[in-house]
Ligand binder design. Sequence first.
Ligand code: DAO
Ligand code: DAO
Length: 283
Amino acid sequence: MVSFRFPFSFSQPPRATSLSGFSVSAVAVSVTVGAAAAAGAAIAASRNPRHPILEWAFSSHRSSLLLPWGSITLADSTSESVVEPKTGFSFPASIGDSRRLLGVGLRKKSLLGLKNIDVYAFGVYADCDDVKKLVGEKYANLPASEIRGNKSFLDDLMQADIKMTIRLQIVYGKLSIRSVRSAFQESVGNRLKKFGGLDNDQLLLSFTSLFKDEYNIPRNSTIDLTKEPGHVLSVAIEGDHVGSVKSQLLCRSILDLYIGEEPFDKNAREDFLDNVASLAFDN
Ligand code: DAO
Ligand code: DAO
């Protein structure tokens, strides 16, 4: 049974803001489900020191939270979600059969150096079976305390054949496809250079040509960037597949934006590192 850490607070009920430093084990939980919680508790992931820091524990069938007035066990993982605290956007704790949410964050962009806009909230998901397989094959002898932040483990996560999804939820309401293309050329273009050298124009173009001018991505749109088996990067908008590109370099470059050394959101990366390490040693 895996225990994931999200420093978080309950968005409901507001009484939760009086909490601090609780630790929960999924085994040691009794069931006291309040009406609001039963409807599907939303958990606000936060490193904001004003918010309580708790430990979140769940298995694939049960989510458990210990609160001062009782504890909560949710019936199944489909009702679990984690809220990105700065935007309030909510991410399901798992997608598909085995991809688990390991970190949430916010992508900002500076406009002409004048103001920062919140562009999208994101969630980082990794396939727990693939992660465990990698650990079994290569890191079985490494103590749990050393796997967190281990550079070669992290490089392997970005380069091995591990199914991962980055889910984006659009916050900025005036995104044009043209600005998406140009932001992408800058952010992903830099990473392609970093990992693959200079001649990547064709690869970049093969991906940006998937973004058709007629697409509309208003606020609240969901875009999934999924690394499928065989290093195929596939894009879905609102669950509709819009195209795929097979390239290990492109997959690595995209993941590096979120979990590499200079990520869009440092807190998301820290949560990812904590959670992927606990996933690695979950039996
Ligand atoms: O010129 O209106 C503007 C600001 C546009 C900022 C665009 C940032 C795009 C970041 C990539 C979004 C991917 C969905
Ligand atoms: O934030 O700079 C960044 C990188 C964004 C990567 C995601 C771009 C994929 C967007 C597809 C939009 C299709 C209209």
